[in-house]
Write a protein that binds this ligand. Structure first.
Ligand code: COA
Length: 167
């Protein structure tokens, strides 16, 4: 993800997270930590392929970001345009983040997900994430709890994907 992607990313962000969409400033700040020798973030976008149905290609249809601090990765965000759900794009984006976690030499990767977001939880479970706790009222407004999930070995999850054993 580069600064010129922030506009289209924000459009998706507001559609997919209507209650707690990130601001433009937050994406700018995350990207500022994604470059240079001391980078602690990796942000990626998925673009529609040229010649795909109804599009000329290049449209941003998904994005994801990881933070890596002191050997722990944290999935900051992951999202796919609704018309592309269930095509494997979410899995590809998560795979990119776990590869990045491996590059950052993370020993574990954590994330928070709304307790009612079973679609996302299934995606994470397929990669080996396990629920390790609940944060009460984490999502505001709405006072929705977060399930905290943890993947203990991002390297094997990435290797599992390469060898096609992710199920
Ligand atoms: C969660 C989210 C990123 C998942 O994205 P997705 O692109 O639908 O994910 P995938 O296509 O990889 O997986 C979804 C399903 O498609 C299936 N699938 C279909 N074709 C597939 C393919 N070629 N490869 C892999 N999986 C495929 C998967 O098996 C999976 O099945 P399941 O529903 O039984 O788990 C997406 O729904 C989203 O953006 N939601 C709104 C934002 C959000 O909630 N983000 C998470 C915040 S914590």
């Amino acid at each position: 993800m580069r600064w010129w992607d922030i506009g289209p990313v924000l459009e998706l962000e507001r559609a997919l997270f209507p209650d707690d969409a990130w601001s433009k400033g937050l994406f700018w700040s995350e990207l500022a930590h994604a470059r240079g020798a001391g980078a602690t973030r990796r942000y990626v976008v998925a673009e529609e392929a040229p010649g795909s149905e109804g599009g000329q290609g290049g449209r941003v249809v998904g994005y994801a970001g990881l933070a890596a601090i002191d050997g722990t990765g944290d999935v900051q965000t992951i999202a796919v345009a609704q018309e592309h759900w269930s095509t494997g794009l979410g899995s590809r984006l998560l795979g990119e983040l776990l590869t990045a976690a491996t590059d950052f030499e993370c020993r574990e990767v954590l994330l928070e997900v709304r307790v009612d977001n079973t679609r996302a939880q299934r995606l994470y479970e397929r990669f080996g994430f396990e629920g390790v706790g609940v944060r009460r009222g984490y999502y505001q407004p709405g006072n929705v709890d977060a399930l905290v999930m943890r993947l203990s070995d991002p390297l094997s999850a990435v290797q599992g994907m390469t060898h096609g054993s992710q199920g």
